[in-house]
Design a protein around this ligand. Structure first.
Ligand SMILES: *Cc1c(COP(=O)(O)O)cnc(C)c1O
Length: 360
């Protein structure tokens, strides 16, 4: 609990909060925040620089409030026949999208699964929304019957499902999402599917549900597969009615002209920007095998990270010992488990070495 000065009129609901965020350390191999380890291709950097230069003279004007060009480019990228510009909404990272969703639609309690992305309950709290958390099964898969029962009991306004899930990496099958979508028909409820890691998974996207189930909305980001986390671009794919509500709560001109221009350049170069996905997926498979050989139990993952257990030391001790060897991974606060982001092959070797020494 933080020690707020008496003169600070901090809201009671926030008084006990700690400031969220993974440690940002210098001079370490960063395998803690699921970023894509590959820098932007040289040619994209050049194009980006000249594009920003060309819009710089008009930065005295506000940007396109509705980011139409960018939304159109995103719709094009998704190449789903049902998705048009009207079905796409963008913001500064998918976290801002999530905040807008809470601001507009958390009209009764919201349900999420646990463990999952900790920012969902965090935004629920800071927006004054009621959060109800339902545990995943022991093997970290979804307990569908328990979820449907809870929906029946509490009539939530929002249901959050992350697939591939963070921090476990587990993928929820398309057909299970479809069952939930079917179940909420006729209720005043939205199913929000957070697909931040979709491009690393071979499962069919929930975007395909939107045509038949307008209560489903899919949250995506350019931070992970696009290797564009620093630009802060996230988006939502949904029925246009859902987007209308978000336009009410978004701040005027929320997405800067610089961000919009940068994202358009990235989308023009999708192939280049995403050329490392296959390497990352291959490395994920290799790293999982190597870690299993060390006696660890590593969850199957559809994302760019691995969640593992089966070690003797406390999570915090193993995390520290790996950090002492220059590798920063993530302790997500679940005792007995740690999460590691897939890095470059070289970084992954360094991680394996540090792991071997630390477990000895
Ligand atoms: C990383 C992550 C995000 C946030 O991404 P930004 O677009 O960078 O805000 C959203 N959801 C999940 C599950 C994530 O892991």
């Amino acid at each position: 609990m933080a020690n707020w000065p008496d003169w600070l009129p901090i809201k009671n609901a926030l008084r006990a909060n700690k400031i969220y965020g993974a440690p940002q350390l210098q001079d370490v191999v960063k395998l803690n925040t699921n970023e894509n380890p590959y820098p932007l291709p040289e040619s994209v950097v050049t194009e980006l620089t000249s594009e920003i230069a060309s819009i710089a003279t008009s930065l005295n004007r506000y940007p396109d409030r509705d980011a139409v060009k960018l939304r159109s480019a995103l719709a094009n990228y998704l190449s789903s026949e049902h998705v048009t510009t009207e079905n796409v909404w963008t913001a500064n990272g998918s976290n801002e999208i999530l905040q807008q969703v809470f601001l507009a639609y958390a009209s009764s309690s919201c349900i999420g699964l646990s463990p999952s992305y900790s920012v969902h309950p965090l935004i629920a709290q800071i927006t004054g929304s009621e959060w109800d958390s339902l545990p995943l099964k022991k093997d970290f898969t979804i307990d569908l019957n328990a979820l449907l029962k809870r929906i029946q009991e509490t009539s939530p306004s929002l249901i959050f499902i992350t697939s591939p899930n963070n921090p476990t990496g587990g993928v929820v099958e398309y057909n299970d999402l479809k069952k939930i979508a079917e179940y909420i028909k006729g209720r005043s409820t939205l199913l929000i599917v957070d697909e931040a890691y979709a491009e690393f998974s071979s499962e069919k996207s929930a975007i395909e549900l939107i045509e038949d189930y307008p209560q489903v909305a899919v949250v995506r980001t350019m931070s992970k597969a696009f290797a564009f986390a620093g630009a802060r671009v996230g988006y939502l794919v949904a029925d246009s009615n859902i987007i209308s509500g978000l336009k009410i709560v978004r701040l005027p001109y929320h997405l800067s002209a610089v961000t919009q221009a940068a994202a358009l350049v990235a989308l023009k170069n999708v192939k280049l920007m995403q050329s490392e996905i296959q390497i990352i997926v291959a490395e994920r498979i290799r790293l999982r095998e190597e870690m299993t050989k060390l006696g660890l139990r590593v969850m199957e993952s559809g994302a760019n990270f691995l969640f593992f257990t089966g070690f003797q030391p406390k999570s915090q001790e193993l995390w520290q010992s790996i950090l002492d060897r220059g590798i920063l991974i993530r302790d997500v606060g679940i005792e007995g488990y740690l999460r590691v982001t897939i890095g470059t092959p070289d970084e992954n070797e360094q991680f394996l070495d540090s792991l071997k020494t630390s477990l000895r």
